[in-house]
Ligand binder design. Structure first.
Ligand code: NAD
Length: 497
């Protein structure tokens, strides 16, 4: 099947639209014709049929990317031309925003308004990195010895990008955009539960004029499938991965065998700290966003809430009311703020396990809980606040990745910093206070890749993004992405004889 300028999926015998791999600029089925269904978690029915690849498709995609890097025009066309092509792709994504947003909404159940936000951010990923690479400067080292040294940032080569299901398009483009802007070629493997937006993106990339083999998409599973085939492939130069910490360990080991640099953005258990002097309205607003946006299926979720004793009762009353006021409904309805259906049955089963008495550690469910029955509620969890939990309970310690927050009261700054840092994760934390000194002091003491003060989720793509400890290895964003997706080279010239 060749790639057409229309991104509407072709029909299959099951009547569902079909989304193929995109390899060397062509949209293709698997060699053996294998497919997988993408299930809409709200209806719990398949809504699309997707090519299911394996070792052969991974090999073909890497070969296409290798060829495009080693002898194709992309790494050689220069920043300005690449910038123009990537902006054209961003334009096309804007034109196809509804299709892209609905793909993620069908695939994983996020409210369509939030999916549109993801599309806008994905467009910005391309625009930002296209401009950033074009405008970036190198370093010059004036040397006393009569020599002159400077850096070049040469494209690294073939990049494998493996993305998770919670922000399918946004996480994929966060990797693909800087890799392409710096002149690399890419093989993208989206998560098996959320494959569709990646094929749509690759179709648009062909339409935008990306040469064949520059952006390839291969669908399939992780272990013993496309994922492991890509991460252990000897012709790959970089691996960028976002997903669970356990998967990160496996991928890191595979990359180490080939001595391939790897960037890992992994899980989290974000602490959200609200001091007595906080603006309570603002803190409640962000505490809702921090755990109920995307039904808490967010690596950055503020899943551990610490509230100082002086405002604890007032805060919890208002927080509970705000959680209960969220408009729950069909994710395709623009009025819906919270879609209770989690991304898949498997994920629902995992989140459900946290509601067992042992996992709750004596905690009480202040509001929310498991849903059942009606359409959209089969894999449903409503906005859930848990309080009075033992500090070592499973709900406090492990990443739940659902709309479940554990609230804990604290008295002193030292105490809450200790609690917040008592985790193997270190992706992010939030601090709510009107005390300027405290804001800076506590931000400095928190073990986290990002600290948000009096806000959440706000990003500047120039800033480093990544995690400490089990939350990841390396940083991406701005020049941090450049360091990863290029081979910095020192050139030393003699200028006096
Ligand atoms: P996951 O680790 O199960 O899967 C992520 C991707 O890895 C998928 O594409 C999957 O097919 C692939 N994969 C799985 N096993 C593999 C293997 N052995 N070899 C190669 N590829 C393999 O993660 P998920 O469930 O899709 O996503 C949720 C997790 O991602 C959460 O832990 C969340 O915190 C994390 N996450 C982190 C960030 C961040 O920026 N730090 C952002 C989003 C999500």
């Amino acid at each position: 099947m060749s790639t057409s300028s229309s991104t509407t999926g072709s029909g299959t015998t099951d009547g569902l639209p079909f989304y193929g791999h995109v390899i060397a600029g062509q949209e293709v089925p698997s060699i053996d014709g294998a497919t997988m269904a993408s299930v809409d978690p709200f209806t719990r029915r398949p809504w699309a049929t997707v090519a299911l690849g394996g070792q052969k498709e991974a090999d073909l995609a890497v070969a296409a990317a290798r060829e495009a890097f080693d002898s194709g025009p992309w790494p050689r066309m220069g920043f300005e031309k690449r910038q123009a092509v990537l902006h054209r792709l961003a334009d096309l994504m804007e034109e196809h925003a509804d299709e892209l947003a609905l793909a993620d909404t069908h695939d994983m159940g996020k409210p369509v308004t939030q999916a549109h936000h993801d599309v806008a951010r994905s467009v910005w990923n391309f625009r930002f990195f296209a401009d950033h690479a074009r405008l970036a400067t190198g370093d010059v080292y004036p040397m006393d010895s009569g020599h002159h040294a400077y850096t070049r940032y040469d494209a690294a080569g073939v990049v494998v990008a493996i993305s998770p299901w919670n922000f399918p398009l946004m996480m994929s483009t966060w990797k693909v955009a800087p890799a392409l802007a710096w002149g690399n070629t890419v093989v993208l493997k989206p998560a098996e539960d959320t494959p569709v937006s990646a094929t749509v993106l690759a179709r648009l990339a062909v339409e935008a004029g990306l040469p064949p083999g520059v952006l390839n998409v291969v669908h399939g599973y992780g272990p013993d499938s496309v994922g492991s085939a890509l991460t252990s492939h000897p012709d790959v130069d970089r691996i960028t991965f976002t997903g669970e910490s356990g998967t990160g360990r496996v991928i890191s080991a595979a990359a180490a065998r080939n001595l391939v640099p790897v960037s890992l953005e992994l899980g989290g258990k974000g602490a959200n700290i609200v001091f007595d002097d906080a603006d309570v309205d603002n803190a409640v607003h962000w505490a809702v966003e921090a755990i109920f946006r995307n039904a808490g299926q967010v690596c950055l979720a503020g899943s551990r809430l610490y509230v100082q004793r002086g405002i604890y009762d007032e805060f919890m009353t208002r927080y509970k009311a705000a959680a209960e006021a969220l408009v729950v409904g069909d994710p395709k309805d623009p009025a819906t703020q919270f879609s209770a259906a989690l991304a898949s049955q498997e994920h629902f089963t995992k989140v459900k396990s946290f509601f067992s008495p042992e996992s709750l550690g004596g905690g009480t469910v202040v509001t929310g809980g498991l849903l059942g029955g009606e359409d959209g509620e089969g894999w449903g969890v409503s906005p859930t606040i848990i309080a009075d939990t033992a500090p070592d309970a499973r709900v406090v310690k492990e990443e739940i990745f659902g709309p479940v927050v554990v609230a804990t009261v604290f008295d002193t700054e030292d105490e809450v910093v200790g609690l917040a840092n008592d985790t193997p994760y270190g992706l992010n934390a939030m601090v709510f206070t009107e005390n300027l000194s405290r804001a800076h002091r506590v931000s400095g003491r928190l073990k986290a890749g990002t600290v948000w003060v009096n806000c959440f989720f706000i990003r500047d793509l120039r800033a480093p993004f990544g995690g400490v400890g089990d939350s990841g290895v390396g940083r991406e964003g701005g020049t941090f992405s450049r360091e990863f997706f290029t081979e910095p080279k020192a050139v030393v010239m003699q200028i006096t004889r």
